[in-house]
Design a protein around this ligand. Structure first.
Ligand code: ZN
Length: 494
């Protein structure tokens, strides 16, 4: 999930947070006042690897509370970064074939440890991203599934160093930085305050040609603000937050103009200085925008009718495995990826019914659903016509807030019946103003069911393994298994 981040207030208003993926960063939303952080009550701090119980041990079901994790023996004697990672990190998972047909949350937890701790932050197109790809391929192949790697290119962004300096004695660097995909710039220029939110009309009243346009955050997507500033002849766009903190955002692709973000506090200082007289800034920003290769990992378990003939339709199970560069992504979206892997292991050998199951680990979701958009763009009408449902798993294994079920109403209603006793937030056909990898499928008419939970540590360095609650992994894993076993998606979606 992707969003701009002024302090923690934003993190709480999850539904607002869900302005994710391409959503939020495009829109300079106003932070929600007055929310206070929710303590994550059910953490199980895990500092090292869990030694998995023998597969015969019946793992807990959703309704039973999980036995406390077995004694934890540190696996890695020295800091993981000290020992160079093998190209494919080796997980401690006994062979899949012997496993009974149940979801094992400790196995899922081990996948999260590998992704969030051994590999760490894994933006699409980066080296850690490629390591995560290799790990997923390795795991899915070890379950005996046919695995395909679907490559596509993504624009990646790196800030190689940026300063926004207010000359004076002493000169001072302002609290801020480039929006993602902002091109490099090195300039000394006057600052002009643009009224309003930087709409084309707002530029009628000021002359920003060759200067730095100072614009308030709000209403317009960042990319539109940059285009308007460029059209007005500005050399740089400087957006100040409408909250005291600094924020980060994206131009969602190579930008039309160098565009930087500063905190609301710095914005206020500049505006009052401008009321005293002219103000100049020295901005140096070196950034790299590159097209890089990202990979959707696709594992297929073909359907089979009673007479052994290929039959039935297709059920897609999906989760994105990339993270933002600031976060280890244990919950966003280690939880969804691990659940997808564990479901693939269980269903690879014991899949109910004739339908073909396709497990897709999407890349590039944090860059704007790029992996799921690419995947759907490669499908024919016949392919999508064959799809009974797309089940999407994205960030649900931490915290104690209600389960969020999103998608086709009859599917969200049905799903609710499978999670008796679990607080569920009102079903909705869509995330308000936000999205996740179900959206490209929904756009082409495939019925979808997407599972989430709000999370205060989204996109932060605090999105770590110790915040994961294995009970919530089992809860969602068993929800999916039960629906696949007992729910006729075909009848439901007609
Ligand atoms: Zn996510």
């Amino acid at each position: 999930m992707k969003y701009s981040r002024p302090a923690s207030k934003k993190a709480l208003s999850f539904l607002v947070i869900l302005l994710l993926t391409a959503g939020c960063n495009l829109f300079s939303t106003t932070p929600v006042p007055g929310n206070t952080p929710v303590a994550v009550a059910t953490n199980i701090p895990l500092l090292a690897t869990v030694v998995l119980p023998p597969t015969t041990a019946p793992p807990a079901t959703a309704t039973q509370s999980l036995p406390p994790p077995p004694s934890i023996t540190p696996l890695i004697k020295e800091a993981p970064s000290a020992t160079p990672l093998p190209t494919t990190p080796t997980a401690i998972i006994p062979s899949a074939t012997a496993a009974p047909l149940t979801f094992d949350s400790q196995r899922a937890l081990e996948h999260i440890r590998m992704l969030a701790q051994e590999i760490g932050p894994r933006p699409a197109g980066t080296e850690p991203g490629h390591k995560a790809t290799a790990y997923l391929v390795d795991q899915l192949q070890s379950y005996g599934l046919k695995v395909e790697q679907q490559e596509f290119t993504v624009p990646t962004f790196q800030d190689k160093g940026t300063t926004i300096t207010l000359p004076g004695t002493p000169a001072r660097n302002l609290d801020g930085g480039p929006l993602s995909y902002s091109p490099s710039v090195d300039i000394d220029a006057p600052v002009i305050e643009v009224p309003g939110v930087g709409s084309p009309d707002d530029y009628q009243r000021v002359d920003v040609k060759g200067k730095i346009a100072l614009v308030s955050r709000g209403e317009l997507p960042f990319r539109d603000k940059a285009q308007n500033a460029r059209n007005a002849g500005a050399a740089v766009l400087l957006i100040y937050n409408n909250a005291p903190e600094v924020f980060n955002g994206t131009l969602a692709g190579p930008g039309p103009l160098p565009s930087l973000a500063i905190s609301g506090k710095e914005g206020g200082i500049l505006k009052s200085a401008l009321r005293q007289g002219a103000v100049k800034l020295h901005i140096t920003s070196t950034t790299v925008v590159e097209q890089r290769t990202a990979t959707n990992v696709i594992a297929t378990r073909p359907g089979q009718s009673a007479n052994g003939q290929a039959a039935g339709q297709t059920i897609v199970l999906g989760a994105h495995y990339d993270s933002v560069d600031a976060a280890p992504g244990a919950n966003d979206n280690g939880s969804g990826t691990a659940t997808l892997l564990e479901l693939a292991r269980v269903l690879a050998h014991n899949a109910p019914g004739p339908n073909t199951l396709v497990f897709v680990a999407f890349d590039g979701e944090e860059l704007g659903l790029l992996g799921s958009k690419h995947y759907v763009s490669q499908l024919s009408k016949e392919d999508t016509g064959q799809m009974q449902v797309m089940l999407n798993f994205d960030m649900f294994a931490s915290g104690n807030t209600p389960l969020l079920l999103v998608g086709n109403p009859n599917l969200t209603d049905a799903a609710q019946k499978f999670v008796v006793g679990v607080p569920v937030k009102a079903n909705s056909s869509d995330l308000s103003g936000a999205s996740s990898d179900y959206a490209p499928f929904k756009e082409v008419g495939v019925p979808v069911l997407s599972i989430h939970r709000d999370y205060q540590y989204i996109h932060t360095p605090q999105d770590t393994l110790d915040r994961i609650n294995p009970d919530l992994l089992a809860q969602v894993g068993n929800l999916a298994l039960d629906m696949l076993k007992r729910y006729d998606f075909k009848k439901a979606t007609g």
